[in-house]
Design a protein around this ligand. Structure first.
Ligand code: TYD
Length: 207
């Protein structure tokens, strides 16, 4: 049987890493093989592209270049890692996927949803996640959490209005895509994790 593809999305500082680890544990406990991966990145080529994308020295990068690099990383990731794993019955859990391009490049950078949809069609065809967990949190709180202990990268250096646009696109995607689960990440961690557990259990039960 084929594996399932779970993605975790959200603005900065919503607690993706903690919840990603929980999802991986739950799927593993259910007896499946699991790969945890991320975007941009997830392959040797993709990790090199990621370095360019996050580098604050790349201040002159145009939004279109940024979009193309995100999809260059994704094309490599899907072909080299994700599809072969799913075909082998392994579950794949990715820290971000295409919906981050809709939100950050389409919304944040204001390239528009149509351009991102065209790239999605070109690179992915009809391939979509089986479950997307959207960790939703007030932008200000998220940014404070994200930059508390680390230096801001090229994205984290953006203004609040940028992240408000990012958040809005994620919430719109959640309305039109039935595989989305919106999780209020502003609650205490135990409550957030209970919601994550429920969403993952429901996918596991569908096997
Ligand atoms: P990530 O590693 O999730 O960073 P963080 O843990 O700080 O949220 O993602 C790196 C950055 O890349 C993040 O700011 C969002 C951005 N990004 C896009 O702009 N478009 C995309 O398609 C993806 C996958 C990520």
């Amino acid at each position: 049987m084929k594996g399932r593809f779970i993605t975790i999305e959200g603005v900065e500082g919503v607690g993706k890493s903690t919840n990603l680890a929980l999802v991986a544990d739950l799927v593993r406990e259910a007896g499946h093989k699991v790969i945890v991966t991320r975007e941009p990145g997830g392959t040797r080529t993709g990790e090199r592209i990621r370095e360019i994308l996050l580098d604050k020295e790349e201040a002159g990068m145009t939004p279109m270049t940024e979009l193309l690099l995100m999809f260059a990383s994704r094309a490599q990731h899907v072909e080299e890692v994700i599809l072969p794993a799913l075909d082998a019955g392994t579950w794949v859990i990715s820290d971000r996927f295409t919906d981050s391009s809709f939100a950050y490049q389409g919304g944040g950078r204001q390239l528009g949803i149509e351009r991102v949809a065209a790239m999605q069609q070109l690179v992915l065809g009809a391939f979509r996640p089986d479950l997307t967990l959207l960790l939703d949190l007030d932008v200000q709180t998220g940014l404070e959490r994200a930059t508390a202990n680390t230096e801001a990268d090229r994205f984290e250096s953006e203004q609040r209005a940028f992240f408000e646009r990012v958040r809005q696109v994620f919430l719109e995607l959640a309305k039109s895509n039935p595989w989305y689960e919106v999780i209020d990440a502003g609650r205490p961690l135990v409550e957030v994790q209970a919601s994550v557990r429920a969403a993952v259990s429901s996918l596991l039960d569908r096997q």
